[in-house]
Each structure stands twice: as C-alpha cells, then as structure tokens.
Design a binder for this molecule. Structure first.
Ligand code: BJW
Length: 225
C-alpha cells in the first residue's frame, strides 16, 4: 500500500509552457469553462469542444517535462511500492518524464471515449464530430477522455484508500478549488498523514502542516532530494 500520496495540478506543468486554469494567464480567463468542459457543452457544440481539446493536445505534445516531473519520476523509481502519483493534469508529462505509474483522475488528452458504448481508446491527432468508434462503429459520439465538471473522476476508490493509509500527502501546483481533489488534504490529515503543499503561492488551506513556495521546477527537486 502506498504510504506517500503525491497530487499534482496545472502548476507543475507551468514551467513546461502549459497554461494553468486560474490566475492571470489562466485558461478560464480566455475560455468559458461552461462552453468546453461540461457534458452539456459537448452536447450543444461538439465542434467547439473538439477545437479546444485539439489545441490543448498539440500544446501538450510540444511541451517538454520539467525538473519537477523528472524529480517525481525519480522518487517513484526509488520507492515504487510507496509512492502513489495522482495527477489532475491531462498532459502526459509525468509519463514522458519517466514515471511508471500515474493515476489520471481527470483523464488524458491522448485518449478518447465513445459516448455510446463507453469504450476507451488511445488517440493521436485531432478529433472531430465525424469520428467513428472503433469498438461499436457509432459515428459522432467520440469525445476526449477528459473528466468534465459534473462527471465522476477516475480511480477514486484507489485514491481514497491510499489517502486513508498515507504517512505523507504532498500537493504540488494545484489551487485546491476543484473537488474532489481539493478535499484530499483533509482526508489525509484526518488519517494522520503529514501534509505538505508545494506551490508558487500558498493556497492558505490550514490543513497543510508545511508549505513551501516557489516554482515547481525548483522546489520539487529540492523537496524530494
Ligand atoms: C505553480 C506554478 C509553478 C502556477 N510552480 N506552482 C462544492 C463542493 C464539492 C464539489 C463541488 C461543489 N460545487 C461543484 C462541485 C463539483 C465540481 C467542483 O469542484 N467545482 C468547483 C469549481 C467548486 N467538481 C466536479 O464536477 C468534479 N466531479 C465531481 O465532483 O464528481 C462528483 C459528482 C459527480 C456527479 C454528480 C455528483 C457528484 C469533476 C471536476 C473536473 C475538473 N475538470 C477540469 C477540466 C478538465 C481537464 C482539462 O481540460 O484539462 O480539470 S477543471 C480544471 O481544474 C482541470 C484541473 O485538473 C482542475 C484543477 O485545477 P488546478 O490543477 O488546481 O489548476 P489551477 O489553475 O486552479 O491552479 C494552479 C496552481 O498552480 C495555482 O495554485 C498556482 O499558484 C500554481 N502555480 N505556476 C508551482 N510554476
């Protein structure tokens, strides 16, 4: 059972050139999340949602993992049974830095889902409203394998079991505004874990026992060293 649970958010990929969601240059400042990140948005205007995620897929593919991703991959390689790496990010940079096991609670840009039969499949390149499911043959129902608002994040049983057993919980580069991930620190602290926040700026959540501030590319390697 994992004794260290690491949760990452958009801030860990900021130095790789990928936008965070909130804050001055955040994605939700230029795009309404109601237009692209809800099941209703996809039902209303699939082409708009595909265009948003097609652009994100290109940006993620062009980005390179940074020192924070590399440091976490090294930590996991040193303690393979002890470290559960959970990410809210959909960019794939943890794997590209060498992480062997990543829990993608909000999905992955390089996967697609059939809204009709539920089959998941790896996906390379742009998606469109005309895509056909390779499993059921239904056209028009393929969507990015992304957890939108109002949808249940992946692997919650595994994550909650690990939090209940954790000795250490570390949140990196996440604003702590989106549930259920925002509640992980409370679960871990209640279970007796030491809780640490690594962020550019403190979120102010009193459940963290320790807060280290700075760019992830500097403070994550220093923390795991
Ligand atoms: C740096 C840095 C650097 C910058 N170095 N740090 C009330 C209570 C509980 C729940 C809810 C509620 N009201 C509504 C809900 C539900 C909702 C929710 O939480 N809404 C809130 C806004 C209130 N949650 C959901 O719907 C979730 N599902 C759910 O709850 O299921 C249960 C259920 C389902 C159905 C019925 C009933 C119950 C699903 C949430 C899905 C989130 N999806 C998104 C978009 C999809 C993925 C994508 O397109 O990429 O996921 S939203 C977006 O936010 C994305 C992120 O993963 C997520 C979190 O953002 P993150 O990573 O924290 O980024 P930022 O930008 O917020 O923060 C960046 C941080 O980095 C900042 O702190 C910076 O300081 C820092 N930083 N540069 C270090 N260089």
């Amino acid at each position: 059972m994992s004794r260290i649970v690491v949760l990452t958010g958009a801030g860990i990929s900021a130095e790789s050139g990928l936008a965070t969601f909130r804050g001055d240059d955040g994605t939700w400042n230029s795009v309404r999340l109601e237009d692209v990140a809800t099941p209703g948005a996809f039902a209303r205007d699939p082409a708009k949602v595909h265009a948003f995620y097609n652009a994100r897929r290109v940006q993620a593919a062009q980005a390179q993992p940074n020192a924070a991703h590399v440091a976490l991959a090294r930590l996991q390689a040193e303690w393979p049974d002890a470290v559960l790496l959970v990410t809210q990010n959909v960019d794939g940079l943890h794997e590209r830095a060498g992480a062997a096991e990543v829990v993608h609670m909000h999905g992955q840009l390089d996967r697609a889902l059939c809204a009709g039969c539920g089959a998941g499949t790896p996906w390379v390149g742009a998606m469109s409203a005309a895509d056909v499911c390779t499993a059921c043959g239904r056209p028009g129902g393929m969507r990015p394998d992304i957890v939108w608002f109002g949808e249940m994040p992946y692997r919650m049983e595994l994550i909650e079991a690990a939090l209940a057993q954790a000795d250490l919980f570390v949140a990196i580069g996440t604003s702590g505004t989106v549930y259920p991930a925002a509640g992980f620190v409370e679960i871990a602290a209640a279970a007796g874990a030491r809780t640490v926040e690594l962020n550019l700026e403190p979120t102010g959540n009193p459940r963290f026992h320790e807060v280290r501030t700075g760019p992830a590319g500097e403070i994550v390697p220093a923390f795991v060293a």
